[in-house]
Design a protein around this ligand. Structure first.
Ligand code: HSE
Length: 300
C-alpha cells in the first residue's frame, strides 16, 4: 500500500535532435511517494524542494493530473492515495524537471495498482504532464526518464518511440548555472521556418549521431553534435554560452550544447575522467562571470 519511485533528469534535444532525442542521466532525479488511503481521490500531502512554487491542487499539479488521467483510463474513480513529491532539481533548469516528476508519479501509481500498463504504455500519460507543465507535449524528456538510456521520438502522431544503444564509455557532463529559463519562452522565440540548407545540415547530423552512437564511433559522434537551427537562437538566453562551450571543447569534450530548453548545458565525453575535467572547466568559466553552477557527471 506504499511505494516510492525515482525518475531521473534527462538531456533533451542532444544538440541536433530538437524534440526527437533525449537521454537519461543517473542523477539528479525526482522522487514520488504514494500511500493508499481509504477515501477515494488523490491528495498532495506535501511537495518538498520547490520553494512553494508548484500548485498543491491535484487538479492543477502536473504529477497528479497525470495520475488522475491514468485512473480515469483504468476506470478506477474510487481509488484513493496520498502523494508526497520530492523535487530534487530546480524548475526551469533544462534538465527535464517537470518530466521527472510526472514520470515518477505515473510509474509509482502503475506499480501500486499491480502494473496494469507496460512502461511504454505509460508514455502518453506522462506526455500530458508536459503539456500541463509547459504548454507543449514534447516527449524527449519523459521518454528517456521513463525508459532510461538514449531514446528517439521518431514520430508524435502516431507516437513512435525507440531506444538505441550507446557506447559504455560515453559520459555526460551536465552543468546547471544558477539562472532560470522558462521552457515556454524558450520555445516561443524559435522561428517556425527552417531553410533547406539548415534542414540538410541538421538531417546529416541526426543521421551521423545515431550511427556514431550505435557504431561507437566517437569522431562521428563529435562531428554530429552540431545544431544549426535551435542553438543559435537559444544561446542568447544563456550568459557565457560561447565561452563555456569553448572551455568544454578545449578539455576534450566530443560536443557541447544546450540541455533541453536551457539554461543547463551538457557535453558528451569519452571516459569519466574527461567528463569530470570538462565539468570543472565549464564551472570555472561560469564562475569567472560571477555565475554559480552545479555539475553532474554520469554514464548514459
Ligand atoms: N525539446 C524540448 C525543447 C525540451 O527544447 O523545448 C524541453 O526540455
Amino acid at each position: 500500500d506504499y511505494i516510492k519511485a525515482f525518475a531521473p533528469a534527462t538531456v533533451a534535444n542532444v544538440a541536433c535532435g530538437f524534440d526527437i532525442f533525449g537521454f537519461a542521466v543517473d542523477e539528479p532525479g525526482d522522487v514520488v511517494e504514494l500511500r493508499r488511503r481509504e477515501q477515494p481521490g488523490i491528495v498532495i500531502t506535501d511537495i518538498l524542494g520547490d520553494e512553494g512554487r508548484l500548485p498543491r491542487d491535484p487538479a492543477r499539479n502536473a504529477v497528479t493530473v497525470v495520475m488522475l488521467r491514468l485512473l480515469d483510463h483504468l476506470k478506477m474513480p474510487d481509488f484513493g492515495c496520498e502523494v508526497l513529491l520530492h523535487k530534487n532539481m530546480p524548475l526551469g533548469s533544462g534538465m527535464g524537471s517537470s518530466a521527472a516528476s510526472a514520470v515518477a508519479g505515473v510509474f509509482a501509481l502503475n506499480e501500486l495498482l499491480g502494473q496494469p500498463l507496460t512502461r511504454k504504455q505509460l508514455l502518453p500519460f506522462a506526455i500530458e504532464g508536459e503539456r500541463i507543465a509547459c504548454g507543449s507535449a514534447h516527449a524527449d524528456n519523459v521518454g528517456p526518464s521513463l525508459m532510461g538510456g538514449f531514446v528517439v521520438i521518431r514520430s508524435y502522431q502516431p507516437l513512435d518511440v525507440f531506444s538505441i544503444p550507446v557506447p559504455a564509455e560515453l559520459y555526460c557532463t551536465l552543468v546547471h548555472p544558477d539562472i532560470e529559463v522558462n521552457t515556454k519562452d524558450a520555445r516561443f522565440i524559435l522561428r517556425n521556418e527552417v531553410s533547406l540548407k539548415n534542414a540538410i545540415s541538421q538531417m546529416g547530423n541526426v543521421a551521423g549521431l545515431i550511427a556514431g552512437l550505435m557504431q561507437e564511433d566517437y569522431a562521428l559522434i563529435s562531428r554530429s553534435m552540431v545544431d544549426v537551427i535551435i542553438e543559435p537562437v537559444r544561446a542568447i538566453l544563456i550568459p557565457e554560452f560561447n565561452e563555456v562551450k569553448q572551455a568544454a571543447m578545449e578539455q576534450g569534450a566530443l560536443g557541447c550544447s544546450i540541455s533541453g530548453a536551457g539554461p543547463s548545458m551538457f557535453t558528451l565525453s569519452k571516459g569519466k575522467e574527461t567528463a569530470e575535467r570538462v565539468g570543472q572547466a565549464m564551472k570555472e568559466t561560469f564562475a569567472l562571470a560571477g555565475i554559480d553552477s552545479v555539475t553532474h557527471v554520469s554514464a548514459i
